[in-house]
Ligand binder design. Structure first.
Ligand SMILES: Cc1cc2nc3c(=O)[nH]c(=O)nc-3n(C[C@H](O)[C@H](O)[C@H](O)COP(=O)(O)O)c2cc1C
Length: 400
């Protein structure tokens, strides 16, 4: 049963010191970093949590047991595509900016000295391939400028691609500084109530969050999008967000990394039995990514990014066929970002893009936007769920 971790091996894992290629990596924190972490201040706890999240994501099985529902979508094969695969055009308009492909490197990290090289490698791959890139939550670095370089490295390394800043819904006062810190093109506000509910030290007061988001939208001059982190966004929530002026939704749906799962391992480590039990109970809570994409598009005019369990190029193609503007990936890039090189990341990202090209070729789609009008075959739980929600699945299937 993969949900039962070996507690001792986890403790062993976090205590090892490894040095990769002469550079201290996540496991190889310097003695200065360790000293900073002895401090029990909130800022220090936030820093330590960021490292724990990376270590748990690398060492433990933290993927959802439920799927994205992309397996309930099939394309109709085109045996006569009448296009040249080598001339397929992956360029898209990404919130008014050009991106070389509909693939976003989703927000992961920054805010601890050890994370600078991770962000540098991710940004280098983004720049090489012309892909949009998000950074992890920046609040800690706005409050402690000594951490800012772990984020500014992204803009320095990726000067020509869309860069997405990241804060929480209640972090109104830090929004302008988070944007200027990395000269961001877009600001993502993350929503993670599931994670907070399972996190041993989580903050579960969400009162006034919509009002705070409206204030964030007013306080910055760039477009604001909302992103979930693995539990999805419903049509109704998306509609409320559209009304306060956000321009896009990254659905961050079920089917990929489970943040209830990640916090389960932290709760285990802290001997918090109640939170650990809740982590197991709510491991798969939320709206699967494919369903969330349809729900948001059905209820709003917002642009949608499909993140959460995107694991190959065919998943990206299916998300685009549903009407998403782009897809995002986080966990599949983490291992190379920590232990590999930016070249390894380019190779991995190219694998995704090649899968997308093949799906486009086999559906006769020369340009990305053509995917959204292709006939789809929908089945299984996706159809059942759409029926239950009163969404016309035949309309979704016919690409109208
Ligand atoms: C190690 C790690 C750290 C993350 N940190 C953040 C964060 O700080 N802010 C955020 O909005 N999302 C964060 N995420 C969530 C991802 O952006 C993404 O929404 C989620 O992991 C689902 O995508 P996946 O299934 O491809 O991992 C993080 C993900 C990972 C794996």
């Amino acid at each position: 049963m993969i949900l039962e971790p070996d507690h001792n091996s986890y403790l062993y894992f976090v205590s090892i010191i490894t040095t990769v290629g002469g550079t201290a990596m996540v496991e190889g924190r310097s003695s200065d970093d360790s000293r900073a972490e002895d401090d029990s201040s909130e800022a220090s706890m936030t820093k330590r949590r960021k490292i724990e999240h990376i270590e748990i994501c690398l060492d433990e099985e933290v993927q959802c047991q439920r799927s994205t529902m992309f397996e309930d979508i099939e394309f109709v094969h085109n045996a006569l595509p009448e296009i040249d695969k080598d001339r397929i055009d992956l360029n898209i308009n990404f919130f008014g900016l050009r991106a070389a492909a509909p693939l976003v490197i989703a927000a992961m990290t920054g805010g601890h000295p050890s994370t600078k090289s991770i962000n540098q490698k991710l940004a280098s791959a983004a720049e090489e391939l012309g892909l949009p890139i998000g950074v992890g939550s920046q609040r800690a670095a706005v409050e402690d400028p000594s951490l800012a370089d772990t984020f500014t490295i992204v803009r320095e390394t990726a000067p020509s691609v869309p860069v997405i800043a990241n804060i929480g819904a209640t972090h109104v006062s830090v929004a302008p500084d988070a944007v200027s810190m990395i000269d961001a093109d877009i600001l993502a506000v993350h929503l993670n109530p599931l994670q907070e509910a399972i996190q041993p030290e989580g903050d579960c007061n969400s009162e006034g969050a919509l009002e705070s988001i409206a204030a964030i939208v007013d306080s910055v001059e760039i477009p604001v999008i909302i992103k979930e982190t693995g539990a999805g966004i419903s049509g109704e929530v998306a509609k409320s967000l559209e009304e306060v002026g956000v321009i896009g939704i990254d659905v961050g749906g079920v089917g990929g990394t489970s943040w209830a799962g990640v916090e389960y391992f932290r709760a285990q480590k802290e001997d918090d039995d109640l939170k650990a039990k809740l982590g197991l109970e709510f491991w798969d809570w939320g709206i699967p990514t494919a369903l969330s994409v349809v729900m948001v598009l059905d209820s709003t005019e917002l642009d949608v990014i499909a993140t959460g369990g995107i694991r190959n190029g065919l998943d990206i193609a299916k998300a685009l066929a549903l009407g998403a503007t782009a897809a995002g990936i986080a966990h599949p890039l983490l291992r190379q970002a920590v232990h590999g090189s930016s070249l390894d990341l380019v190779v991995e990202l190219e694998r995704f893009l090649e899968g997308l090209r093949v799906a486009m070729y086999l559906t006769g789609s020369q340009k990305v936007e053509e995917l959204s009008s292709k006939q789809l075959i929908l089945s299984g739980k996706l159809v059942e769920s759409l029926r239950s929600l009163g969404i016309d699945h035949q309309k979704v299937a016919s690409g109208i």
